[in-house]
Design a protein around this ligand. Sequence first.
Ligand SMILES: Nc1ncnc2c1ncn2[C@@H]1O[C@H](COP(=O)(O)OP(=O)(O)OP(=O)(O)O)[C@@H](O)[C@H]1O
Ligand SMILES: [Mg+2]
Length: 236
Amino acid sequence: MLKMTNVTKKFGELTAVNNLSFEVEQGQVFGIAGPNGAGKSTLYNLITGLYPFEGSVTFNNGEIRGLPPHQIAKLGISRTFQIPQTFPSLSVEKSIGVGSHFGSRDGFEHDYVEKILRFVNLIDKRDSSTGQLNLLDKKMLMIGAALATKPRVLMLDEPMAGSNAKEIMKLMNLVQRINREMGITIIIIEHFMKVLTELTEKLLIIETGTEVCCGNPVDVTSDPRVIECYLGGNND
Ligand SMILES: Nc1ncnc2c1ncn2[C@@H]1O[C@H](COP(=O)(O)OP(=O)(O)OP(=O)(O)O)[C@@H](O)[C@H]1O
Ligand SMILES: [Mg+2]
């Protein structure tokens, strides 16, 4: 469904992504992990059209490299950010409505916004301003706004960061429901190995932009090369 081939991104002297190739299958939960600065978020920035790069990214066999971000979003690729970004002056409902307007072909869809508000458990806070939300709700809102564009692929960037065990359970449950009930393919960047082994069907580990290994998450997390590259890291 989403296929990267020999993707390289350099920022001046620094090679942030180094000749990376992998494919995410439709319906999959695909995990990406690696130490800080490995190039994980950069990968999302390339897929969503924020920077030029070398190599190829195809979505359902069509090349998307070089397309502007809004066209890539329209094809059905949506993402969240590592640090929750909200519109502080907007209400929860309006924030999701913005996404809905952006993604749909026929404008604002009230029923769909309502469905998402329930899905991310923010229906009771629909009139709150987003600035008042706690971190978990801000994350839920960011995921809700991404869902409002009706994506076929949702890319999450460290959605569990800064969360306690209970919040992690809630977020994991949400990710599973997005995948199973909405049929949306998921790519998830995460540091918590327990989350990755429970949630993902395939796991890619990168270090300094280069693939360390890729495959079944149980095999990958017990691979000596992965344990080595995580030594001293912040893996749980
Ligand atoms: N716009 C940019 N300009 C210059 N260098 C950048 C830019 N974006 C990222 N980098 C560099 O590219 C490398 C990869 O950064 P990236 O944010 O992709 O890492 P990451 O794997 O997401 O790390 P973390 O786990 O800390 O979020 C880092 O060395 C970073 O400083
Ligand atoms: Mg990052």
